[in-house]
Design a binder for this molecule. Structure first.
Ligand code: LLP
Length: 421
């Protein structure tokens, strides 16, 4: 459930008509709902309320400082994968003791930054990384908590570009090799083994793969404990999918996911960490856009809108579907017609949907791409020198611009021309 609904014939984010935001901030613009974010975060808290836990918001899904502050104030930890994300989490007021650092390619500088600033745990993805972290931590006189990410070789049954738990993926250490790696970790200075980490992929719509992976983690935890390791934490990753279409079966709910966790690893008495991103923020955001032209093509009509693949990359990159809805609620007597909804970027890939049925549209009409709060703004670029898309946060009947649209001057000011040119 989200808080984007028609009221008095206009699509609203909570109590704010999207048409008002378009008027005051311009389009394209991302709009997020505070109530939806809070609600979704609360569902994960509730799903794990049977145990000691920390819900670490996956910053990669939406890294706006205001969103992170909201999450942090609700008690979230943060799952970060770069020095930049770490800096954002800290700037949003989240203490290092609630930040988990994941990712296959942490640099030495990023390790130092996180050790200096405070860190809850590093999730280790390879032996070379583990040895470097040991060296750095020891040289700083620190002992850093680590979990080792194991790759359980489970098929997450999701899009191949976002599946991470199969042996052919670059992530984690093969489960068969993990005992050996834990044994080495226990001997290395500067490291304190505290847990096991796993993440099998994103946009999972079936709990089966989770059940399989977590059962393997439970078994491994037993083996590692018998080997003498003190495993007190399990980081079970993120990935629970969201409904991208209103008209099909919804993926499992956080409460059902929590039950799978309880069934598979609940008996181990570990503190549970999870790293949801999309499920919290995906349906808490829309991309608001305006029709520039309706173009009659051969055998089809194009809706040329002012949002493009640089603003919302998912359709071009994964063939992802985002429901497109008119901001003005269609009446029962509205005529509908098929449109190819496209952006202004000079690539045929800049197509959001083909042949989608929408009410008859005219230049200047507003539309919203739903489910755009996760992996939307964070994956945006300035391709075609289109200024980075702005973001707005709504709460009740108020809203604030939480990232302003850069002017051309600001966009250009980041470049410089060497004097010898
Ligand atoms: N933890 C780790 C280690 C991850 O790699 C990810 C996502 C998450 C947590 C959060 O997963 P979530 O709960 O959001 O599914 N750009 C793609 C998604 C990439 C996901 C990468 N890893 C998309 O737009 O679908």
């Amino acid at each position: 459930m989200d808080h984007f609904n028609y009221r008095d014939g206009v699509l609203c984010a909570e109590g704010v008509p999207l048409s008002r935001i378009a008027e005051q901030v311009g389009t394209p613009v991302y709009v997020y709902s505070t109530a939806t974010l809070s609600r979704h975060f609360g569902l994960f808290q509730q799903a794990l309320d049977w145990t000691d836990h920390l819900v670490c918001f996956a910053v990669k899904a939406n890294s706006n400082l205001a969103v992170l502050k909201l999450m942090g104030d609700l008690g979230a930890g943060m799952d970060v994968v770069s020095g930049g994300e770490y800096a954002r989490a800290r700037a949003a007021g989240v203490p290092g003791s609630r930040i988990v650092f994941s990712g296959v390619g942490k640099t030495r500088a990023e390790m130092r930054q996180a050790i200096e600033g405070g860190i809850r745990q590093f999730n280790i993805e390879s032996e070379p990384e583990m040895r470097i972290l040991s060296e750095i931590a020891a040289s700083m006189g620190a002992e850093v908590p680590i979990a080792i990410r194991v790759n359980p070789d489970v098929d997450a049954k999701t899009h191949e570009k976002i599946a991470t738990g199969k042996s052919e993926n670059k992530f984690g250490i093969p489960i068969a090799k993990s005992r050996e790696v834990y044994a080495e970790a226990a001997k290395l200075p500067g490291l304190k083994v505290v847990g096991v980490d796993v993440h099998i992929g994103s946009q999972l719509t079936d709990l089966g793969p989770y059940r399989q992976a977590y059962a393997k983690i439970a078994e491994l935890t037993g083996v590692l404990r018998a080997d003498g390791h003190r495993i007190t934490r399990l980081d079970l990753g993120g990935g629970l999918g969201i409904p991208y279409r209103r008209d099909n079966n919804a993926p499992p709910l956080p409460i059902e996911y929590g039950q799978v966790i309880r069934d598979t690893v609940g008996h181990l008495n570990c503190e549970i960490e999870i790293e949801p991103g999309r499920n919290i923020v995906g349906n808490a955001g829309v991309l608001l856009s305006q029709v520039i032209y309706v173009k009659h093509g051969e055998g089809r009509d194009f809706l040329i809108v002012d949002a493009a693949m640089n603003d919302l990359l998912r359709p071009a990159m994964y063939g992802a579907h985002h429901d497109i809805v008119p901001v003005i609620e269609p009446g029962s007597d509205n005529d509908y017609q098929p449109f190819d909804v496209v952006g202004p970027v000079c690539e045929s890939g800049d197509t959001f949907q083909k042949g989608t049925s929408l009410p008859v549209m005219a230049d200047g009409d507003l539309i919203a791409f739903r489910s755009a709060g996760a992996y939307g703004a964070v994956m945006a670029s300035e391709y075609n020198s289109r200024p980075l898309v702005p973001e707005v946060l709504v709460s009740g009947d108020q809203f604030a611009v939480i990232r302003a649209r850069p002017t051309y001057e600001e966009m250009l000011s980041r470049d410089s021309i060497p004097e010898w040119l």
